[in-house]
Design a protein around this ligand. Structure first.
Ligand code: MG
Length: 255
């Protein structure tokens, strides 16, 4: 969406604060022995307690054959994105990494964000994967100024991930957000600077770099939602909803 008035902007900002608060609580709860379903339950409870609505629950993305069954996406280790937390028992173990992707609707405005967290102590390579993916998001946001192109964001994200020795997942990427969970434009995490649509003030985008420690190929699981790396390598995902301003992207979902 593109912000039309001050009320909408205030709702976007408030929604982003609330989403960040829930992600902080989830981060604090992550530990060996905690189940994905417990994280999902906490996320849904906190969102509803605030008077808002989970926006992934019951949402059917393009190409899916059934609605998403949970509030939160919980993707562990080689699960790339859209891991379902409540259809099998998934228990976090020491040394795992877990991606948490969450969206909520506040006064009709949708915000979307994700973090990937180490469960206890992880290897140096895994720590670097998390750091590079998060840094690539920061680099992408810095390019999200009115007048720049989508390719400026894509290129900045790709460069940070590949310079660190990791791979960008090509099939998945960022998107417009606000009125719907997924809106135009699609924002690839790879590309050339100066190419693609021009960003304009007031656009609301979800930027979401997704990187792998091994090869970039991903496969969709039989559940219709969970993407995994084809080679079983680990994958990281960070996401913020941002507002395009004159000088750059303003992060709405800062945790
Ligand atoms: Mg998203």
């Amino acid at each position: 969406m593109t912000i039309q008035n001050d009320t909408q902007k205030a709702d976007l900002i408030e929604g982003g604060k609330r989403l960040a608060m829930v992600l902080r609580a989830l981060r604090a709860k992550v530990a060996p022995g905690v189940t994905a379903e417990e994280l999902d339950t906490l996320a849904e409870q906190m969102i509803r307690d605030g008077g808002d609505k989970p926006c992934f629950l019951g949402y059917t993305p393009e190409g899916a054959n059934r609605p998403y069954p949970a509030t939160l996406c919980v993707s562990i280790n080689d699960e790339v994105v859209h891991g379902i937390p409540n259809e099998s028992v998934k228990t976090l173990k020491e040394g795992d990494i877990v991606g948490l992707d969450l969206g909520l609707t506040h006064n009709g405005v949708i915000v979307d964000a994700a973090i990937t967290i180490a469960v206890g102590t992880v290897s140096d390579e895994t720590r670097n994967l998390l750091r590079a993916t998060e840094e690539s998001l920061t680099a992408g946001i810095a390019q999200a100024a009115a007048g720049n192109h989508i390719g400026d964001i894509s290129h900045a994200i790709q460069k940070v991930i590949e310079d660190a020795g990791f791979k960008v997942v090509k099939e998945l990427g960022g998107h417009g957000v606000g009125e719907l969970v997924h809106e135009e434009p699609f924002i690839p995490n790879f590309g050339r600077a100066g190419e693609g649509e021009v960003l304009t003030e007031g656009m609301v985008l979800a930027l979401e770099p997704i990187a792998t420690a091994g090869k970039a190929a991903v496969i969709l699981s039989p559940d219709g939602y969970t993407y995994r790396t084809k080679d079983g390598s680990r994958s990281a995902h960070f996401e913020h909803t941002i507002l395009i301003e004159k000088t750059g992207g303003r992060t709405i979902t800062m945790a």
